[in-house]
Design a protein around this ligand. Structure first.
Ligand code: GLU
Length: 503
């Protein structure tokens, strides 16, 4: 058997370090067994998937140094590798399930489903689809479809007993069927859900080992059942532990930068990032901390992955990056990498307009570029205090900015200005009242290029990190304070959006 593994990102946001971590372990496992590693884009969520995100994910994974044997960019024998281009497969497989009686049409409206859920919650039951449409007779189903009634296709799921799943790292996992929902397989828009598309593709692409994050364990019973319904052999499952913040919570951009692009733009080496990710739940047999991808592949043993939640600690990653810089690059490589990071052509193309309008001699360039080259900016409570805003207003503005910047779909001058305006409005200030604060936290200087240009050039992750650092300088936000801010943020979301709708 040729081992075939895959990484199957959904292109709905920034390229996440968690994706690189799962990709790395899949890569190491496949390569160590002389197998293949496939990249598949799971873009069945049409509303949230974007081509920019897909491009960013491919670029970021390539930047880490990982490569794949088949994928949407390079093709392969099991393509296409984008789920949006595989609809015919899902349609025909869904049809098979319907014909064999393993799936059924469901015509329940959102209101009916809400009422069902409310009743179950009131009776302290796990909310799940109660199976009412399984009782519709075939003639009625045909008539309703012919009439054009909205419907989805759901899979049948047993109601009694337990489902037993074998996981390579965790052994037998038992989940009562009562906790497994009659999953929607085909949505009302005619597109498959993750579950159907994922199982059909893993089978058709010959995937032998599904190595993914533990957040997918609850999906495993549905997937196993689908494999049984189709009469296919299921790949071996291996659910890796999730990466965590230093406070043990699930790694999230609220607490740590999670985008691979942040680490690239801050000047981390891809080798160091992969090396660090390789230490998440796994270690070299000789406990050596520094190793490269080839060394990891030859020593890799998936059965030695430990399940305690691995902590993704930016300080430790920074230390490891330092080891790489100090000991593992030749002078030439060092120089070349530094040039690539500091003075790439694309960097200069983006900053040229800023310099052209400002400097008379090149020796003035450094002062304008410094905020872009800096790891972070030096800020003091006094500098922020001197802006004339009350401490709680400062915290309010900065926290709201972090949250707004977290949810931006795209990143350009217009979006940034819109978000800052939104925050100003939400705290009852004018744009001109909050701009000096934004300027100071982003530049740490009295004189710099405009805050909008800085934010554009820094990118969303570095911008957010600086705003968050500003928040830390004024002592952060307490748990209680965060709750209060969260509440007023939700209120502002409602009221400002209503106001905008009205205009
Ligand atoms: N598209 C899923 C994700 O975004 C893939 C999960 C899996 O590996 O099955 O993580």
């Amino acid at each position: 058997m040729t081992v075939r593994t895959r990484i199957a990102p959904s292109p709905t946001g920034d390229p996440h370090v968690g994706t690189a971590y799962i990709a790395l372990f899949n890569y190491a496992f496949a390569k160590q067994h002389g197998g293949q590693f496939v990249l598949r884009i799971e873009d069945t969520d049409q509303k949230r998937s974007t081509t920019e995100s897909e491009k960013a994910i491919l670029d970021a994974l390539r930047w880490t140094g990982l490569s794949w044997d088949e994928g949407p960019d390079i093709g392969g024998d099991s393509g296409p590798y984008r789920q949006s281009e595989r609809r015919a497969e899902y349609d025909s497989h869904c049809q098979t399930l319907l014909e064999d009686g393993h799936a059924f049409h469901c015509f329940c409206t959102p209101a009916e489903l809400d009422a069902m859920r409310a009743e179950q919650m009131a009776a302290k039951q796990t909310p799940r689809y109660d199976g009412r449409c399984t009782h519709l007779d075939a003639a009625e189903v045909d008539a309703r479809i012919a009439r054009g009634d909205d419907h989805v296709v759901r899979m049948r799921v047993p109601t009694d007993g337990e489902c037993s799943i074998h996981d390579r790292l965790r052994g037998l996992i038992q989940i009562p069927w009562a906790q497994v929902d009659m999953q929607i397989l085909m949505k009302a828009d005619g597109l498959p859900t993750y579950h159907l598309a994922n199982v059909v593709d893993d089978h058709l692409m010959g995937i032998t080992h599904v190595i993914r994050g533990e957040e997918w364990i609850p999906s495993a019973p549905k997937h196993q059942l689908l494999y049984q319904y189709f009469g296919w052999e299921m790949p071996e499952l291996c659910h890796l532990p999730l990466l965590r913040n230093p406070d043990q919570s699930k790694l999230s951009k609220r607490k740590n930068p999670t985008s691979i692009l942040y680490y690239r733009d801050q000047g981390f080496l891809p080798e160091a990032l992969l090396n660090y990710l390789g230490r998440m739940g796994w270690s070299m047999p000789d406990e050596r901390e520094q190793f490269d991808l080839a060394e990891m592949v030859s020593a890799f043993d998936i059965d030695r992955v430990s399940l305690g939640g691995p902590i993704f600690d930016v300080d430790k990653l920074t230390w490891l990056n330092g080891q790489w810089l100090k000991h593992s690059l030749s002078d030439e490589q060092y120089q070349q990498r530094l040039m690539e990071w500091m003075c790439s052509e694309s960097f200069f193309v983006s900053v040229l307009p800023q310099l052209k309008s400002r400097i008379d001699v090149f020796s003035e360039a450094g002062q304008w570029l410094q905020p872009l080259w800096a790891k972070d900016v030096s800020l003091s409570e006094d500098t922020l205090g001197a802006l004339g805003l009350e401490q709680d207003v400062l915290a309010n503005v900065l926290q709201f900015l972090v949250w707004r910047f977290e949810s931006c779909g795209s990143w350009n001058r217009q979006v940034i200005e819109q978000e800052i305006r939104w925050v100003a409005k939400a705290v009852g200030l004018q744009l001109k009242d909050v701009m000096p604060l934004v300027f100071v936290v982003l530049s740490g200087a009295r004189q710099a290029i405009s805050a909008f240009d800085l934010a554009v050039l820094l990118g969303p992750d570095r911008t957010r990190a600086r705003v968050r650092a500003g928040l830390d300088v004024i002592g952060g936000v307490s748990k209680k304070g965060a709750k209060r801010l969260e509440k007023s943020y939700q209120e502002a979301l409602r009221s400002i959006d209503t106001e905008l709708d009205a205009n």
